[in-house]
Design a protein around this ligand. Sequence first.
Ligand SMILES: [Zn+2]
Ligand SMILES: [Zn+2]
Ligand SMILES: [Zn+2]
Length: 370
Amino acid sequence: MAPYPCPNCQRLNHFEVRVCPSCAFTLGYDPASDGFLFLGDGATTWRDGRGDAHDVAVCANNNAHGVCNWLVATNDATPYCRACRHNRTIPDLTAATVPERWGKIEAAKRRLFHTLIKLGLPLETKAEEVDNIQGLAFDFLYDPSAEELGQAQVYTGHDGGIITLNLIEADDAAREQARSAMGEPYRTLLGHFRHEVGHHYWSRLVETNPQELAAFRAVFGDETIDYAQALADHYAGTGGKIWTDDYVSYYATSHPWEDFAETFAHYLHMVDTLATIGGVDMRMAPFPGPESNAGARVDFDPYTAPTDALTAQMVPYSFALNAVNRSMGQPDLYPFHLSPAITGKIDYVNRLVAKAAGRGNMADTHADAA
Ligand SMILES: [Zn+2]
Ligand SMILES: [Zn+2]
Ligand SMILES: [Zn+2]
């Protein structure tokens, strides 16, 4: 995302900030006006382009637990913000390690919701679930067995619009251990959310629409193959699948549902990274060689851009930003490679999102390579 300026002194601030480091004003992010507002006494009013006043206050999860810096309209049906209202279960906060971990999880979840809102994707809570419309909810569970036995009893996953996350994923050492054991180049809380919400949107947008389901199968394959068996084969290494240029990750090879979720997450990675780059107008000089680039610049809206516009910028920026990370001894910022087949899958997701957001059919800018 683009960094947001402080409404008082214009200093650019990170999304998680509550007090401007420059002028010490208390800030809250308001998803309706898409910016930080100054919070005098925990509530404030802003005026839209027509001059209409909107009263907003801090999210109930900020008042009660200090884990949220978003605002909610005071006339809303819920005291929880656009991100927190989807929580179904919060963890047992009396356990010593829990409040800090939950805070990290909520911070990652707000970044997820920011992107979903900017994309214009439908977001229903479980209370708003009707007929074919699946609501989205989160169970954040503290699982002492993950620490006491070294073996988790609660698994991160998605079922019927409910995303379950084991709090241990907020522990850097445990997550790095899992990443290494699974041979993954990338494992983050934000990545988990982007993946699991991909499963939700598959059910919400694809499963119940026969035409869309046929289009999905043409790109990702037949998802009716036995899911439990496919995952068992994947973890046992007996699936006979290797990570080729056709898949954005090794896990994506396990089943078409996982391929879709991994690709959906990847689309969100690209859009959000490019929105940040564009938000600070970070430009690149042309560079030479067989993969030469005429110079990179994000002077378009990544949230609505066609896939070829996204990938054309992602390639040079990811090379440059990987080089920056390596110069700090860090792993690559973007440890992925965009092949034509992967780009074709991302294009399917991009078009699905555009349709769901009511932006109609995107201009045919990419030859489907999948
Ligand atoms: Zn300020
Ligand atoms: Zn909140
Ligand atoms: Zn999955």
